[in-house]
Design a protein around this ligand. Sequence first.
Ligand SMILES: NC(=O)c1ccc[n+]([C@@H]2O[C@H](COP(=O)([O-])OP(=O)(O)OC[C@H]3O[C@@H](n4cnc5c(N)ncnc54)[C@H](OP(=O)(O)O)[C@@H]3O)[C@@H](O)[C@H]2O)c1
Length: 355
Amino acid sequence: MTDWPKESIAIGILGLGVVGSGTVDLLMRNRAEIERKIGMPFRIKRIAVRNPDKKRSVSVDRSLLTTNVSDVLDDPDIDIVCELIGGISPAKDFVLRALQNGKHVVTANKEMIAKEGHALMEQASLKRLDFQFEGSVGGGIPIIQPMKNALAGNQVNEVVGIINGTTNYILTKMTQEHADFDEVLREAQSHGYAEADPTSDIEGLDAQYKIAILGSIAFTSRVAVNEVYVEGITRITAADIACAEELGYTIKLLGIARRVGDDRMQVRVHPALLANSHPLAATNDVYNAILIKGDSVGDVMFYGRGAGSGPTGSAVVGDIMDVCRNLKFGSTGRIACTCFGHKIMQPIEEVFHLD
Ligand SMILES: NC(=O)c1ccc[n+]([C@@H]2O[C@H](COP(=O)([O-])OP(=O)(O)OC[C@H]3O[C@@H](n4cnc5c(N)ncnc54)[C@H](OP(=O)(O)O)[C@@H]3O)[C@@H](O)[C@H]2O)c1
């Protein structure tokens, strides 16, 4: 439980994998600068993992590691819990327990936010706790915070993005090398750009979670993941790409969330033809880009590395620092869930203008 004003911050971390390591590495590497920016010292008090003997890409004092999550969740000294395990179970229960224990939460867990974010945010709001999830969409690209802060005055009419690095890498290679899907997938796996089980990426599920999160924020209305139309890239052939190229188009897997009139929305993930002159068309390899259309700002585009240890660690650390600043000034829980409305999903059969 946290008392205000805070003079130092204790952080507990669940998970020291790809994102956990990037987070810890950045916190340690830039400690002096981070502490100056937040105006107080911090310490990483405990890190929960499954196997404390595993070789890590970041070196941490062995005494920080624990296999007992209670050492993080139930430690009264810990102010902020970073959930970097992934999936729904047991991550959701851990997050709920952290919130019940009065801890602020930072997570990069897109599946948990897309499916269970509402309940978790309600719990955080009840206790005026911060609940931040910048790393859940776009890896290192700031997108959630800008939508909730700098762009908050706009009515967002559309969010369209390349939000999965693995599929963008595969489509880029298929385009550049005129190669078939299976061949490029194998190459992507050998380079570590695709998982051994690539289903979530190539079938569009990862993008489905992310566009559900972005759509919910854009339209202040909860987007149910199972209502988001999804089609992956497994049926795209080298011939499709060659044909698109001849016509001046490129094929990209897009996540699209579009406002339809006052009370409806379209939220979908599928491969789409983009004119080569489209601002997203030049987003290649593992890069991600997200274009937002606001009624005042016009078009704004965000571009960068959509995954990986360093980029996602950067997003998590940004969130941690935001919580620290709120803790310092007693202003936690400022930005609660913004899903006030209830927009109806337009069925895919009624979507005529695919672009
Ligand atoms: N990887 C990315 O580029 C990326 C980008 C954006 C968002 N994310 C999201 O970030 C989250 C973490 O992803 P990741 O790639 O870092 O996963 P990961 O490399 O598989 O790491 C997961 C970590 O959680 C630990 N863990 C798993 N179950 C646990 C339990 N019951 N108790 C304690 N620790 C447990 C593991 O411990 P051991 O190491 O001991 O096995 C491991 O350190 C996911 O929600 C993912 O969607 C990932």
